[in-house]
Structure formats: C-alpha cells, structure tokens
Ligand binder design. Sequence first.
Ligand code: SAM
Length: 289
Amino acid sequence: MSKNSLQYFKEIYKKTLTSIYDENEAMSIWNIVVEKVLHLSKIQQMLNQDKMLETDEESKLLSVLEELKTSKPVQYIFNEAYFYGLELYVDESVLIPRPETEELVELILTDLKERKLNQSKLSILDVGTGSGCIPLALKKHLPQSDIFGLDVSEKALLVARKNAELCKLDATFIQQDILKNDAWDNPPLDIVVSNPPYIPIAEKNLMSDNVLNFEPHLALFTENDEALIFYEKITRFAFKYVKKGGLLYFEGNEFNVKKLANLLKQKGLQNVRIYSDMSGKGRMVQGVV
Ligand SMILES: C[S@@+](CC[C@H](N)C(=O)[O-])C[C@H]1O[C@@H](n2cnc3c(N)ncnc32)[C@H](O)[C@@H]1O
C-alpha cells in the first residue's frame, strides 16, 4: 500500500483512534475527517481507496489526527455538529448535541401530533439550551410556535443565537440561572423541555477524557450530590408558568430515570411516563401539569 494513498491514511487513523474509541466510532470519525478535509463522501471514499493524496492534504490529515489524539471531539475540531437535520455550530462552550437528545425531540413531535397539537401556536421553553439544538429543531417542525431557550451561560447563548441565524430559525434566548431565579416575564407556557446537567460532581472521575477534558463541566455536572436538583427546580418552575394541562418533557439517563419519574409524581405531575431510547434504556420522562 502506497504511503500517500487514502487507504494508508485510513489505516493510520484506525490504529491511532482505536486506542481512544471503539472501532466503529474511530471509523465514523475518519469518515467525518475525510468529508471535511478531502470533500469526499463515504461512498466516494470507498470508490477512491487508491487515491494518491497531495502534500497539503496529507499534512491537514496529520494535523487533525494530532488534535484527535488529545481526545478532542471531532465536532469541536471542525466546529460542526448535526442535530435532527440541522447543521449546527459548536465550540467548547456548549455540549455536543447527542443522538439521544434527537430522540427527545422526536418524542415531543410525535406526542404533539398524537395530541393534535402540532398545528397549534404553542409557547415552548427549553431549559439549559446549550447550542440551542432542542428549540431550533422544534421551531423547524413547529414554525407557528413561539420558542424560547434559557441558559445560565452567556457563552452558550452566543452559540445558540449564532445557530438560530445559521439555520434561519426564530427563537428567543434568555440568560437565567434556573437554580437561583425562577422568574418568567413572558406569556404562560404550553410546554417545558429540558436535558439538564445530572451527573453528580463525585462521579467526575468515571467520565472519559474526550468528555471530561473538552465538554463544559457546567453542562454535565450538578454542583453537589443532588443529582435531581435541576429536575426539581424546573418542575417547580413549570407549575408556576405552564398552563394547566401543559406538558413537561425531560431527558435523563437509565440510572436516574425511575427516581426522576417518582420525583415528578411526588411533585404532583399527572400521567408521568418513562420512554426508552433506541437501545431500550429508559431515558425520557413526560408528565402533564
Ligand atoms: C446537558 S446540557 C444540555 C444542552 C442542550 N440542551 C443539549 O441537549 O445538547 C445542560 C445545559 O444546562 C446549562 N445550565 C447549567 N446550569 C444551569 C443553570 N443553573 N441555569 C440554567 N442553565 C444551566 C448548561 O450551560 C448547559 O448548556
């Protein structure tokens, strides 16, 4: 195999990245890099395995690999992440949107359709909005609705507003610390959604380097061991500002989802239901105010 062929570089990437990621993940990172650096889709790549690379292409691939070796997520290297059909800007001030959160958006849209609310003008707030992925995906599919995103981080809000502009979608982003301030100066809400921080800071050491060293800790961890503190505050907020019969949707994880559902029942939410993600793990909880 020639030392400047595409195939050769693929092998170098595979060997290097499988020390950090599993093979599937390593190869999907390789596909993203090839698409961004060489502008070749996965299929074009397969058809061009023997392609000889130019010197500048080789050095670009090697410099990206150097960054990847530090465990830096590929989305931060290219400042780009895909979410529910949207191409979003991301940097280290926001969490990289996860496929599980796409499932939360899917759940909300399906549920609203079943309730015949998908054509209504709804007022929807996402608490802890980060890149703005949830509100922007919702706005795309519910264009008649008023969409809000709230975050304590000014830097995250800059990213969310940038994404609204890039995607040409209209949403209002508000800076607010939901743990300290539960005011709401806008009209009453129909829906509150949130994928809040839920990892107790004591579990920090269990996280992998690519998450721990690059993703914002503000987005991941709760300040102390109260794993459900955000859910509790957001539910209290919802009881104040969401119309009777309105909906609350949360993302959690397989370890906290039952406790979360119990908490919501205790707080007085009706019809509390747990939904599983694609891998069959309980992850989302929905309730009626
Ligand atoms: C798990 S991330 C979710 C980001 C985005 N919604 C997503 O699903 O990719 C949680 C978000 O909550 C924000 N956050 C953390 N503490 C907060 C607080 N006290 N008040 C409001 N937002 C907060 C973080 O800045 C972060 O953007």
